[in-house]
Write a protein that binds this ligand. Structure first.
Ligand SMILES: NC(=O)c1ccc[n+]([C@@H]2O[C@H](COP(=O)([O-])OP(=O)(O)OC[C@H]3O[C@@H](n4cnc5c(N)ncnc54)[C@H](O)[C@@H]3O)[C@@H](O)[C@H]2O)c1
Length: 269
């Protein structure tokens, strides 16, 4: 079985660093022409250099996904550059938090505007192009927080839960044009967003103890899923959310299995 993405064209938002950069690199290695969007020019410069060194066909666009006019303009430019847009990855996101009692409106708005409205604006601009092509793949970054929210994550978790529902609505609207719309929920991938790898050993262990596969996820774990979902192999998958979280909270107290394995005790319960 071969994932053949060669010749396709993709837009990846928040591609300047972290998971988005890895998604873009992985798609590019599979022969995809990539449009890299980010709100930070210095990250775009870095990533542009990296892609040029590797000889990938790509272009960088300074674009805040909250800015409807800029989103429309960039999508138009990408379409005229590559002639089509086969894949849209709405990866750009922020995760600002705080408990509800003291949560500032600006933090609430920031999460909603980037995570949810940004996804909406990108989809709105790309949908007519994919409909005209009679095909496309839209992939939206949700989060494990859309399944089980963490303490102090009201703004973030609510925005990501809304991304999940938005994904289903759009999947229904675009089904007749062979455009699939899915979201994915990464969990516990150390990046500059969460600095998991810099926490004290004790705090890292507390988090790792919630994972059925007791290790941090990698950016590749997410990027590989995106390649599959963007390919023809996934043509019958739409309107769903796929969890890439090492089975976070999939099992009750997963650490018990690791303690038993250490004791080589296969009978213990
Ligand atoms: N890392 C994880 O464990 C994890 C878990 C669940 C969900 N996610 C989701 O995955 C996505 C990527 O996360 P990450 O950990 O790589 O984060 P990150 O902070 O490392 O990267 C986010 C990127 O988005 C860009 N960005 C931020 N605001 C933007 C805007 N308004 N317009 C355009 N670009 C913007 C940033 O400049 C940055 O390059 C996010 O949507 C996040 O919520 C990550």
């Amino acid at each position: 079985m071969i994932i053949d993405l060669s010749g396709k064209a993709a837009i990846i938002t928040g591609a300047g660093r972290g998971i988005g950069r890895q998604i873009a690199l992985t798609l590019a290695r599979e022969g995809v022409k990539t449009a890299l969007l980010d709100v930070r020019q210095e990250l775009l410069d870095e990533v542009g250099e990296l892609f040029a060194e590797q000889g990938f066909t790509s272009a960088q666009y300074l674009c805040d996904v909250r800015d409807a006019d800029r989103v429309t303009e960039v999508v138009r430019e990408v379409q005229s550059l590559f002639g089509r847009i086969d894949i849209l990855v709405n990866n750009a996101g922020v995760a600002s938090g705080g408990v509800v009692e003291s949560l500032g409106e600006e933090i609430w708005d920031l999460n909603m505007d980037i995570n949810l409205k940004g996804t909406f604006l990108m989809c709105k601009a790309v949908a007519p192009i994919m409909k005209a092509q009679n095909g496309g793949r839209i992939l939206n970054a949700a989060s494990f927080a859309a399944i089980v929210p963490a303490y102090g994550s009201a703004a973030y978790a609510s925005s990501k839960a809304a991304v999940k529902q938005f994904t289903r609505v759009l999947a229904g609207e675009l089904g007749p044009w062979n455009v699939t719309v899915n979201c994915y929920s990464p969990g516990m991938i150390p990046t500059d967003m969460n600095h998991f790898a810099d926490l004290s050993e004790e705090r890292q262990n507390r988090l790792l103890d919630t994972l059925t596969l007791r290790r941090w996820g990698s950016k590749d774990d997410v990027a590989n899923l995106i390649c599959f979902l963007a390919s023809d192999l996934a043509s019958y998958i739409t309107g769903t959310m796929i969890d890439v979280s090492g089975g976070k909270l999939a099992t009750q107290i997963p650490v018990i299995a690791y303690e038993a394995a250490e004791r080589k005790d296969v009978k213990a319960r």
